[in-house]
Design a protein around this ligand. Structure first.
Ligand code: SDX
Length: 430
Protein backbone atom coordinates (compact mmCIF):
# COMPACT_ATOMS: atom_id res chain seq x y z
CA UNK A 1 0.00 0.00 0.00
CA UNK A 2 1.58 3.30 -1.06
CA UNK A 3 2.49 5.68 1.76
CA UNK A 4 -0.14 8.44 1.67
CA UNK A 5 1.83 10.85 3.81
CA UNK A 6 4.01 13.72 2.64
CA UNK A 7 6.39 15.43 5.04
CA UNK A 8 7.62 18.98 4.54
CA UNK A 9 10.32 20.51 6.66
CA UNK A 10 10.00 24.31 6.61
CA UNK A 11 12.74 26.21 8.44
CA UNK A 12 13.14 23.43 10.98
CA UNK A 13 9.44 22.74 11.52
CA UNK A 14 8.04 19.42 10.22
CA UNK A 15 4.59 19.35 8.62
CA UNK A 16 2.51 16.41 7.39
CA UNK A 17 0.23 16.45 4.37
CA UNK A 18 -1.98 13.82 2.76
CA UNK A 19 -1.11 12.26 -0.61
CA UNK A 20 -4.24 11.69 -2.70
CA UNK A 21 -4.24 9.11 -5.52
CA UNK A 22 -6.27 9.45 -8.72
CA UNK A 23 -7.60 6.55 -10.80
CA UNK A 24 -4.68 7.07 -13.22
CA UNK A 25 -1.91 9.66 -13.48
CA UNK A 26 0.15 11.57 -10.92
CA UNK A 27 -0.94 11.59 -7.29
CA UNK A 28 -1.25 14.95 -5.52
CA UNK A 29 -0.06 16.35 -2.20
CA UNK A 30 -3.03 18.06 -0.56
CA UNK A 31 -1.51 21.36 0.59
CA UNK A 32 -4.78 23.20 1.22
CA UNK A 33 -3.79 23.61 4.90
CA UNK A 34 -0.21 24.73 4.10
CA UNK A 35 -0.80 28.45 4.72
CA UNK A 36 -2.64 27.73 8.01
CA UNK A 37 0.15 25.32 9.10
CA UNK A 38 3.23 27.25 7.90
CA UNK A 39 2.12 30.83 7.23
CA UNK A 40 3.62 30.26 3.73
CA UNK A 41 2.23 29.83 0.21
CA UNK A 42 3.45 27.49 -2.51
CA UNK A 43 4.93 29.24 -5.55
CA UNK A 44 4.22 27.83 -9.03
CA UNK A 45 3.84 30.50 -11.76
CA UNK A 46 2.23 28.89 -14.82
CA UNK A 47 0.95 26.08 -12.55
CA UNK A 48 3.43 23.55 -13.96
CA UNK A 49 3.19 21.39 -10.80
CA UNK A 50 -0.25 22.42 -9.55
CA UNK A 51 -3.54 20.52 -9.76
CA UNK A 52 -6.29 23.14 -9.56
CA UNK A 53 -9.18 20.71 -9.13
CA UNK A 54 -10.34 17.10 -9.13
CA UNK A 55 -11.98 16.06 -12.40
CA UNK A 56 -13.41 12.94 -14.03
CA UNK A 57 -13.71 14.31 -17.56
CA UNK A 58 -10.44 14.18 -19.54
CA UNK A 59 -7.06 12.59 -18.92
CA UNK A 60 -3.80 13.27 -20.77
CA UNK A 61 -0.65 11.16 -20.40
CA UNK A 62 1.97 13.58 -21.73
CA UNK A 63 4.79 11.02 -21.75
CA UNK A 64 2.78 8.35 -23.54
CA UNK A 65 0.96 10.84 -25.78
CA UNK A 66 -2.50 9.55 -24.88
CA UNK A 67 -5.76 11.48 -24.51
CA UNK A 68 -8.92 9.99 -22.96
CA UNK A 69 -12.41 11.53 -22.86
CA UNK A 70 -14.13 9.86 -19.88
CA UNK A 71 -11.68 6.97 -20.35
CA UNK A 72 -12.20 6.47 -24.11
CA UNK A 73 -9.07 6.99 -26.30
CA UNK A 74 -9.39 9.95 -28.67
CA UNK A 75 -8.41 7.69 -31.59
CA UNK A 76 -11.44 5.43 -31.04
CA UNK A 77 -13.88 8.32 -30.58
CA UNK A 78 -12.54 10.05 -33.70
CA UNK A 79 -12.69 6.85 -35.78
CA UNK A 80 -16.00 5.40 -34.64
CA UNK A 81 -18.08 8.20 -33.13
CA UNK A 82 -19.30 11.68 -33.99
CA UNK A 83 -19.02 15.07 -32.31
CA UNK A 84 -22.46 15.14 -30.64
CA UNK A 85 -21.82 11.66 -29.21
CA UNK A 86 -18.56 12.99 -27.73
CA UNK A 87 -20.50 16.01 -26.41
CA UNK A 88 -22.93 13.70 -24.61
CA UNK A 89 -19.99 11.64 -23.26
CA UNK A 90 -18.12 14.70 -21.96
CA UNK A 91 -21.27 16.19 -20.38
CA UNK A 92 -22.82 13.10 -18.82
CA UNK A 93 -19.88 10.67 -18.43
CA UNK A 94 -21.13 7.74 -20.52
CA UNK A 95 -21.59 7.00 -24.23
CA UNK A 96 -25.30 7.51 -25.06
CA UNK A 97 -27.67 4.69 -25.98
CA UNK A 98 -29.44 5.10 -29.33
CA UNK A 99 -32.48 6.62 -27.61
CA UNK A 100 -30.32 8.99 -25.52
CA UNK A 101 -28.30 10.01 -28.60
CA UNK A 102 -31.40 10.71 -30.72
CA UNK A 103 -32.94 12.77 -27.90
CA UNK A 104 -29.69 14.75 -27.38
CA UNK A 105 -29.28 15.42 -31.11
CA UNK A 106 -32.89 16.58 -31.30
CA UNK A 107 -32.50 18.93 -28.33
CA UNK A 108 -29.31 20.43 -29.78
CA UNK A 109 -30.90 20.74 -33.23
CA UNK A 110 -33.83 22.74 -31.86
CA UNK A 111 -31.57 25.28 -30.10
CA UNK A 112 -29.39 26.22 -33.11
CA UNK A 113 -31.16 29.51 -33.94
CA UNK A 114 -30.13 32.67 -32.09
CA UNK A 115 -32.51 35.47 -31.05
CA UNK A 116 -33.27 37.46 -34.23
CA UNK A 117 -32.35 40.75 -32.52
CA UNK A 118 -28.78 39.44 -32.09
CA UNK A 119 -28.27 39.89 -35.83
CA UNK A 120 -27.94 43.61 -35.15
CA UNK A 121 -24.86 42.90 -33.00
CA UNK A 122 -22.83 41.98 -36.02
CA UNK A 123 -23.47 45.24 -37.90
CA UNK A 124 -21.98 47.05 -34.89
CA UNK A 125 -18.54 45.60 -35.74
CA UNK A 126 -16.20 47.01 -38.38
CA UNK A 127 -16.25 44.93 -41.57
CA UNK A 128 -12.63 43.91 -40.94
CA UNK A 129 -13.18 42.94 -37.30
CA UNK A 130 -11.39 39.74 -36.35
CA UNK A 131 -14.03 36.99 -36.03
CA UNK A 132 -12.69 36.14 -32.56
CA UNK A 133 -13.52 39.68 -31.42
CA UNK A 134 -17.06 39.12 -32.74
CA UNK A 135 -17.28 35.76 -30.96
CA UNK A 136 -16.17 37.16 -27.58
CA UNK A 137 -18.67 40.02 -27.82
CA UNK A 138 -21.60 38.03 -29.14
CA UNK A 139 -21.25 35.04 -26.79
CA UNK A 140 -20.97 37.37 -23.80
CA UNK A 141 -24.18 39.05 -24.98
CA UNK A 142 -26.12 35.75 -24.97
CA UNK A 143 -26.77 36.33 -21.26
CA UNK A 144 -28.69 39.46 -22.28
CA UNK A 145 -31.06 37.35 -24.37
CA UNK A 146 -31.38 34.09 -22.45
CA UNK A 147 -32.10 35.18 -18.87
CA UNK A 148 -34.09 31.94 -18.34
CA UNK A 149 -30.86 29.89 -18.31
CA UNK A 150 -28.50 31.99 -16.22
CA UNK A 151 -29.41 30.75 -12.71
CA UNK A 152 -26.51 28.36 -12.10
CA UNK A 153 -28.18 26.95 -8.96
CA UNK A 154 -30.98 25.45 -11.09
CA UNK A 155 -29.99 22.11 -12.68
CA UNK A 156 -32.58 22.56 -15.43
CA UNK A 157 -31.22 26.00 -16.33
CA UNK A 158 -27.67 24.62 -16.31
CA UNK A 159 -28.71 21.93 -18.75
CA UNK A 160 -30.54 24.40 -21.02
CA UNK A 161 -27.56 26.79 -21.00
CA UNK A 162 -25.22 23.89 -21.87
CA UNK A 163 -27.38 22.83 -24.80
CA UNK A 164 -27.80 26.41 -25.98
CA UNK A 165 -24.04 26.96 -26.00
CA UNK A 166 -23.29 23.75 -27.92
CA UNK A 167 -26.12 24.42 -30.36
CA UNK A 168 -25.58 28.14 -30.97
CA UNK A 169 -21.79 28.34 -31.30
CA UNK A 170 -21.82 27.04 -34.92
CA UNK A 171 -24.53 29.57 -35.81
CA UNK A 172 -22.61 32.46 -34.24
CA UNK A 173 -19.31 31.27 -35.78
CA UNK A 174 -20.91 31.01 -39.23
CA UNK A 175 -22.48 34.47 -38.82
CA UNK A 176 -19.07 35.89 -37.84
CA UNK A 177 -17.64 34.37 -41.00
CA UNK A 178 -20.48 35.61 -43.23
CA UNK A 179 -20.16 39.11 -41.78
CA UNK A 180 -16.38 38.94 -42.37
CA UNK A 181 -16.82 38.09 -46.06
CA UNK A 182 -19.81 40.38 -46.61
CA UNK A 183 -22.34 37.68 -47.45
CA UNK A 184 -25.89 37.27 -46.05
CA UNK A 185 -26.37 35.12 -42.97
CA UNK A 186 -27.63 31.58 -43.61
CA UNK A 187 -30.05 30.09 -41.09
CA UNK A 188 -29.38 26.69 -39.55
CA UNK A 189 -31.27 23.73 -41.02
CA UNK A 190 -32.82 20.97 -38.92
CA UNK A 191 -32.35 18.33 -41.60
CA UNK A 192 -28.54 18.55 -41.54
CA UNK A 193 -26.09 17.01 -39.05
CA UNK A 194 -24.08 19.26 -36.74
CA UNK A 195 -20.93 19.64 -38.90
CA UNK A 196 -22.84 19.61 -42.21
CA UNK A 197 -25.16 22.33 -40.86
CA UNK A 198 -22.13 24.44 -39.92
CA UNK A 199 -20.54 24.07 -43.36
CA UNK A 200 -23.88 24.93 -44.96
CA UNK A 201 -24.28 28.07 -42.82
CA UNK A 202 -20.73 29.11 -43.78
CA UNK A 203 -20.63 28.35 -47.48
CA UNK A 204 -24.23 28.40 -48.82
CA UNK A 205 -25.37 31.52 -50.70
CA UNK A 206 -28.95 32.52 -51.61
CA UNK A 207 -28.19 32.33 -55.34
CA UNK A 208 -27.88 28.56 -55.62
CA UNK A 209 -28.30 25.23 -53.84
CA UNK A 210 -25.25 24.30 -51.72
CA UNK A 211 -24.70 20.56 -51.31
CA UNK A 212 -22.49 19.67 -48.36
CA UNK A 213 -19.71 17.22 -49.31
CA UNK A 214 -20.16 14.31 -46.84
CA UNK A 215 -16.41 13.58 -46.77
CA UNK A 216 -15.69 17.18 -45.78
CA UNK A 217 -18.53 17.18 -43.24
CA UNK A 218 -17.08 14.02 -41.66
CA UNK A 219 -13.64 15.65 -41.56
CA UNK A 220 -15.10 18.79 -39.93
CA UNK A 221 -16.95 16.66 -37.38
CA UNK A 222 -13.74 14.78 -36.55
CA UNK A 223 -11.83 18.06 -36.16
CA UNK A 224 -14.48 19.16 -33.65
CA UNK A 225 -14.01 15.90 -31.69
CA UNK A 226 -10.22 16.45 -31.53
CA UNK A 227 -10.68 19.96 -30.09
CA UNK A 228 -13.53 19.18 -27.67
CA UNK A 229 -11.69 19.06 -24.33
CA UNK A 230 -8.18 18.92 -22.91
CA UNK A 231 -8.03 18.87 -19.08
CA UNK A 232 -7.19 22.12 -17.30
CA UNK A 233 -5.65 24.10 -20.18
CA UNK A 234 -5.49 27.88 -19.95
CA UNK A 235 -8.94 28.62 -21.38
CA UNK A 236 -10.65 25.85 -19.40
CA UNK A 237 -8.99 27.11 -16.22
CA UNK A 238 -10.27 30.58 -17.14
CA UNK A 239 -13.82 29.25 -17.49
CA UNK A 240 -13.54 27.46 -14.13
CA UNK A 241 -12.16 30.53 -12.38
CA UNK A 242 -14.87 32.76 -13.87
CA UNK A 243 -17.51 30.19 -12.93
CA UNK A 244 -16.20 29.92 -9.36
CA UNK A 245 -17.49 33.44 -8.69
CA UNK A 246 -21.01 32.38 -9.75
CA UNK A 247 -20.89 34.19 -13.11
CA UNK A 248 -23.47 33.00 -15.63
CA UNK A 249 -22.37 30.29 -18.11
CA UNK A 250 -22.46 32.58 -21.17
CA UNK A 251 -20.08 35.05 -19.46
CA UNK A 252 -17.78 32.16 -18.46
CA UNK A 253 -17.62 30.82 -22.02
CA UNK A 254 -16.90 34.34 -23.32
CA UNK A 255 -13.96 34.48 -20.86
CA UNK A 256 -12.74 31.13 -22.19
CA UNK A 257 -12.94 32.38 -25.80
CA UNK A 258 -10.90 35.46 -24.87
CA UNK A 259 -8.17 33.31 -23.31
CA UNK A 260 -8.14 30.79 -26.19
CA UNK A 261 -7.42 33.64 -28.63
CA UNK A 262 -3.78 33.96 -27.55
CA UNK A 263 -1.13 32.63 -30.01
CA UNK A 264 0.41 30.46 -27.26
CA UNK A 265 -2.94 28.65 -26.96
CA UNK A 266 -5.81 28.34 -29.43
CA UNK A 267 -4.46 31.17 -31.59
CA UNK A 268 -1.54 28.90 -32.52
CA UNK A 269 -3.44 27.32 -35.43
CA UNK A 270 -3.74 30.72 -37.11
CA UNK A 271 -0.12 31.53 -36.17
CA UNK A 272 1.12 28.14 -37.42
CA UNK A 273 -0.38 28.61 -40.87
CA UNK A 274 0.97 32.17 -41.05
CA UNK A 275 4.38 30.76 -40.05
CA UNK A 276 4.24 28.08 -42.79
CA UNK A 277 3.30 30.80 -45.30
CA UNK A 278 6.21 32.96 -44.08
CA UNK A 279 8.66 30.06 -44.42
CA UNK A 280 7.20 29.64 -47.90
CA UNK A 281 9.40 26.85 -49.18
CA UNK A 282 11.28 23.81 -47.98
CA UNK A 283 14.60 25.56 -48.75
CA UNK A 284 13.94 28.17 -46.07
CA UNK A 285 13.26 25.68 -43.26
CA UNK A 286 16.82 25.43 -41.82
CA UNK A 287 16.95 29.22 -41.28
CA UNK A 288 13.67 29.19 -39.34
CA UNK A 289 14.63 26.12 -37.28
CA UNK A 290 17.83 27.95 -36.25
CA UNK A 291 15.78 31.04 -35.34
CA UNK A 292 13.43 28.90 -33.20
CA UNK A 293 16.48 27.66 -31.27
CA UNK A 294 17.98 31.12 -30.82
CA UNK A 295 17.25 32.41 -27.31
CA UNK A 296 17.66 35.98 -28.54
CA UNK A 297 15.08 35.50 -31.28
CA UNK A 298 11.42 35.60 -30.15
CA UNK A 299 10.47 33.35 -33.09
CA UNK A 300 9.03 29.98 -32.09
CA UNK A 301 7.78 27.11 -34.23
CA UNK A 302 4.04 27.64 -33.87
CA UNK A 303 2.16 24.36 -33.59
CA UNK A 304 5.16 22.80 -31.82
CA UNK A 305 5.62 22.09 -28.13
CA UNK A 306 3.15 21.55 -25.32
CA UNK A 307 3.03 21.99 -21.57
CA UNK A 308 1.81 18.43 -21.05
CA UNK A 309 2.68 16.39 -24.15
CA UNK A 310 6.36 15.45 -24.12
CA UNK A 311 5.56 13.04 -26.93
CA UNK A 312 3.59 13.34 -30.14
CA UNK A 313 0.16 14.96 -29.54
CA UNK A 314 -2.23 12.10 -30.51
CA UNK A 315 -4.57 14.70 -31.98
CA UNK A 316 -1.84 15.88 -34.37
CA UNK A 317 -1.55 12.37 -35.83
CA UNK A 318 -5.30 12.19 -36.47
CA UNK A 319 -5.28 15.74 -37.81
CA UNK A 320 -2.47 14.87 -40.25
CA UNK A 321 -4.51 11.89 -41.52
CA UNK A 322 -7.55 14.16 -41.88
CA UNK A 323 -5.47 16.70 -43.79
CA UNK A 324 -4.58 14.08 -46.39
CA UNK A 325 -8.24 12.95 -46.59
CA UNK A 326 -9.50 16.50 -47.19
CA UNK A 327 -6.79 17.39 -49.73
CA UNK A 328 -7.46 14.08 -51.51
CA UNK A 329 -11.22 14.67 -51.64
CA UNK A 330 -10.64 18.18 -52.98
CA UNK A 331 -8.16 16.89 -55.58
CA UNK A 332 -5.38 19.08 -54.18
CA UNK A 333 -2.37 17.06 -55.32
CA UNK A 334 0.40 19.14 -53.87
CA UNK A 335 -0.08 21.84 -51.27
CA UNK A 336 3.23 23.70 -50.88
CA UNK A 337 2.40 24.52 -47.25
CA UNK A 338 1.79 20.84 -46.50
CA UNK A 339 5.17 20.04 -48.10
CA UNK A 340 6.77 22.66 -45.83
CA UNK A 341 4.91 21.29 -42.76
CA UNK A 342 5.95 17.67 -43.41
CA UNK A 343 9.59 18.61 -44.07
CA UNK A 344 9.67 20.99 -41.09
CA UNK A 345 8.33 18.25 -38.81
CA UNK A 346 10.95 15.79 -40.11
CA UNK A 347 13.82 18.24 -39.59
CA UNK A 348 12.63 19.38 -36.17
CA UNK A 349 12.04 15.85 -34.86
CA UNK A 350 15.62 14.96 -35.78
CA UNK A 351 17.14 18.11 -34.30
CA UNK A 352 18.93 17.78 -30.94
CA UNK A 353 17.30 20.96 -29.56
CA UNK A 354 13.75 19.69 -30.16
CA UNK A 355 14.59 16.18 -29.03
CA UNK A 356 16.18 17.39 -25.80
CA UNK A 357 13.26 19.73 -25.04
CA UNK A 358 10.73 17.09 -26.14
CA UNK A 359 9.05 19.43 -28.61
CA UNK A 360 6.62 17.65 -30.93
CA UNK A 361 3.88 18.87 -33.27
CA UNK A 362 0.67 19.66 -31.41
CA UNK A 363 -2.91 19.81 -32.65
CA UNK A 364 -2.37 23.25 -34.16
CA UNK A 365 0.42 22.22 -36.53
CA UNK A 366 -1.68 20.54 -39.22
CA UNK A 367 -5.12 21.95 -38.44
CA UNK A 368 -4.51 25.21 -40.31
CA UNK A 369 -3.69 23.44 -43.59
CA UNK A 370 -6.90 21.40 -43.31
CA UNK A 371 -9.12 24.35 -42.40
CA UNK A 372 -7.69 26.47 -45.22
CA UNK A 373 -8.40 23.61 -47.67
CA UNK A 374 -11.98 23.46 -46.33
CA UNK A 375 -12.33 27.11 -47.38
CA UNK A 376 -11.82 29.03 -44.13
CA UNK A 377 -9.62 32.14 -43.87
CA UNK A 378 -6.88 31.95 -41.19
CA UNK A 379 -8.80 34.42 -39.03
CA UNK A 380 -11.53 31.79 -38.62
CA UNK A 381 -9.22 29.02 -37.37
CA UNK A 382 -9.39 29.90 -33.68
CA UNK A 383 -13.14 30.48 -33.99
CA UNK A 384 -13.49 26.83 -35.04
CA UNK A 385 -11.32 25.80 -32.08
CA UNK A 386 -13.64 27.80 -29.77
CA UNK A 387 -16.73 26.26 -31.39
CA UNK A 388 -15.47 22.74 -30.65
CA UNK A 389 -14.01 23.51 -27.21
CA UNK A 390 -17.30 24.96 -25.97
CA UNK A 391 -18.53 21.50 -24.92
CA UNK A 392 -15.32 20.94 -22.92
CA UNK A 393 -15.63 24.32 -21.25
CA UNK A 394 -19.29 23.68 -20.43
CA UNK A 395 -18.62 20.14 -19.13
CA UNK A 396 -15.79 21.39 -16.88
CA UNK A 397 -17.90 24.37 -15.72
CA UNK A 398 -20.84 22.00 -14.92
CA UNK A 399 -18.51 19.64 -12.98
CA UNK A 400 -17.19 22.57 -10.95
CA UNK A 401 -20.63 24.09 -10.23
CA UNK A 402 -21.96 20.68 -9.16
CA UNK A 403 -18.96 20.00 -6.89
CA UNK A 404 -20.22 20.68 -3.32
CA UNK A 405 -16.66 21.46 -2.18
CA UNK A 406 -15.98 24.12 -4.80
CA UNK A 407 -15.20 27.66 -3.57
CA UNK A 408 -14.28 30.87 -5.36
CA UNK A 409 -10.79 30.58 -6.85
CA UNK A 410 -8.49 33.13 -5.25
CA UNK A 411 -4.72 32.50 -5.68
CA UNK A 412 -2.20 34.36 -3.49
CA UNK A 413 1.24 35.78 -4.46
CA UNK A 414 4.88 36.30 -3.54
CA UNK A 415 4.97 40.06 -2.93
CA UNK A 416 8.28 41.76 -3.78
CA UNK A 417 7.03 45.33 -4.08
CA UNK A 418 7.56 48.39 -1.86
CA UNK A 419 7.15 47.91 1.87
CA UNK A 420 4.80 50.27 3.79
CA UNK A 421 5.72 53.97 3.37
CA UNK A 422 3.98 57.36 3.97
CA UNK A 423 2.42 59.64 1.37
CA UNK A 424 4.69 62.49 0.15
CA UNK A 425 3.02 65.75 -0.82
CA UNK A 426 3.74 66.61 -4.46
CA UNK A 427 5.79 69.74 -3.61
CA UNK A 428 8.17 67.56 -1.59
CA UNK A 429 8.79 64.94 -4.30
CA UNK A 430 12.15 64.93 -6.08
C1 SDX B 1 -2.75 24.46 -27.31
O1 SDX B 1 -2.70 23.30 -22.53
C2 SDX B 1 -3.35 22.71 -23.51
O2 SDX B 1 -3.80 21.60 -23.41
C3 SDX B 1 -3.46 23.54 -24.78
C4 SDX B 1 -4.08 22.84 -25.99
C5 SDX B 1 -5.55 22.51 -25.75
O3 SDX B 1 -6.05 21.62 -26.43
O4 SDX B 1 -6.20 23.23 -24.96
O5 SDX B 1 -3.37 21.64 -26.28
C6 SDX B 1 -4.04 23.75 -27.22
O6 SDX B 1 -2.67 25.57 -26.83
C7 SDX B 1 -1.57 23.78 -27.96
C8 SDX B 1 -0.28 24.66 -27.91
C9 SDX B 1 -0.36 25.65 -29.05
N1 SDX B 1 0.76 26.65 -28.91
C10 SDX B 1 1.77 26.64 -29.80
O7 SDX B 1 1.94 25.80 -30.68
C11 SDX B 1 2.71 27.83 -29.62
C12 SDX B 1 4.18 27.33 -29.69
N2 SDX B 1 4.45 26.56 -28.47
C13 SDX B 1 4.86 27.21 -27.30
O8 SDX B 1 4.86 28.54 -27.21
C14 SDX B 1 4.97 26.35 -26.06
O9 SDX B 1 5.46 25.14 -26.45
C15 SDX B 1 3.72 26.19 -25.26
C16 SDX B 1 3.11 27.51 -24.91
C17 SDX B 1 2.72 25.37 -26.01
C18 SDX B 1 4.09 25.44 -23.98
O10 SDX B 1 4.84 26.33 -23.24
P1 SDX B 1 5.54 25.85 -21.86
O11 SDX B 1 5.01 24.56 -21.39
O12 SDX B 1 5.48 27.02 -20.93
O13 SDX B 1 7.00 25.55 -22.30
P2 SDX B 1 8.13 26.63 -22.39
O14 SDX B 1 7.60 27.82 -23.14
O15 SDX B 1 8.70 26.85 -21.03
O16 SDX B 1 9.18 25.89 -23.32
C19 SDX B 1 10.07 24.96 -22.75
C20 SDX B 1 11.34 25.15 -23.56
C21 SDX B 1 11.79 26.60 -23.62
O17 SDX B 1 13.20 26.58 -23.78
P3 SDX B 1 14.09 26.86 -22.42
O18 SDX B 1 13.66 28.20 -21.86
O19 SDX B 1 13.82 25.71 -21.49
O20 SDX B 1 15.52 26.88 -22.95
O21 SDX B 1 11.07 24.77 -24.93
C22 SDX B 1 11.22 25.91 -25.78
C23 SDX B 1 11.19 27.14 -24.91
O22 SDX B 1 11.99 28.17 -25.47
N3 SDX B 1 10.09 25.88 -26.69
C24 SDX B 1 10.15 26.13 -27.99
C25 SDX B 1 8.83 25.96 -28.45
N4 SDX B 1 8.03 25.65 -27.45
C26 SDX B 1 8.80 25.61 -26.35
N5 SDX B 1 11.18 26.48 -28.79
C27 SDX B 1 10.88 26.64 -30.11
N6 SDX B 1 9.63 26.50 -30.65
C28 SDX B 1 8.59 26.16 -29.84
N7 SDX B 1 7.36 26.01 -30.35
Amino acid sequence: MADNNAKLNVRGAAHDFDVLDGSIGPSVVNISSLYKDTDMFTYDPGFTSTASCESKITYIDGDEGTLLYRGYPIEQLADHGDFLESCYLLLYGELPTKVQKDDFVSRVTYHTMIHEQMNRFFSGFRRDAHPMAIMVGTVGALSAFYHDSTDIADPHQRMVASLRMIAKMPTIAAMAYKYHVGQPFVYPRNDLGYAANFLHMCFAVPCEEYKVNPVLARAMDRIFILHADHEQNASTSTVRLAGSSGANPFACIAAGIACLWGPAHGGANEAALNMLSEIGSVDNIPEYVERAKDKDDPFRLMGFGHRVYKNYDPRARIMQKTTHEVLGELGIKDDPLLDVAIELEKIALNDEYFIEKKLYPNIDFYSGITLRALGFPTTMFTVLFALARTVGWIAQWKEMVEDPSQRIGRPRQLYTGATKRDYTPIDQRR
